[in-house]
Design a protein around this ligand. Structure first.
Ligand SMILES: [Zn+2]
Length: 118
């Protein structure tokens, strides 16, 4: 993200000494999307996904591998999704919706064998 933004900024805003600031941040469970903007000019990058996506073959937003990995770990632990929501909220991470967590859990069951050879 940083390297791309520095190159884009150099092409689009000639003569500006970049001083980037994070903007347009979006948290999706444990995964984040961010964009950068230059404080000294009007440059604003597109939003970058700071996570890998799980290739599901379906339509719509692809789940972040970190969120699916969390569901895989939760399946083998005594911590429920409700308790994990409390835990994430207490550390200022907005938890996913219950529906999204269930979908990630389904993806986790499907991909568990390839993810951990288990
Ligand atoms: Zn600039």
């Amino acid at each position: 993200m940083w390297n791309n933004c520095i190159q884009l900024h150099a092409k689009q805003s000639k003569g500006c000494t970049p001083r980037f600031s994070v903007a347009n941040e979006r948290k999706i469970g444990l995964a984040w999307q961010q964009s950068l903007h230059s404080v000294n000019c009007q440059f604003k990058s597109g939003r970058y996904k700071l996570y890998d996506e799980l290739l599901t073959g379906g339509r719509g937003q692809k789940p972040a591998t970190t969120n699916v990995a969390l569901q895989i770990v939760l399946q083998d632990s005594a911590i429920s999704n409700t308790k994990m929501c409390y835990l994430l909220t207490s550390v200022n991470v907005p938890p996913l919706s219950r529906r999204r967590m269930q979908k990630n859990s389904q993806h986790g069951r499907q991909h568990k064998c390839t993810a951990c050879n288990g």
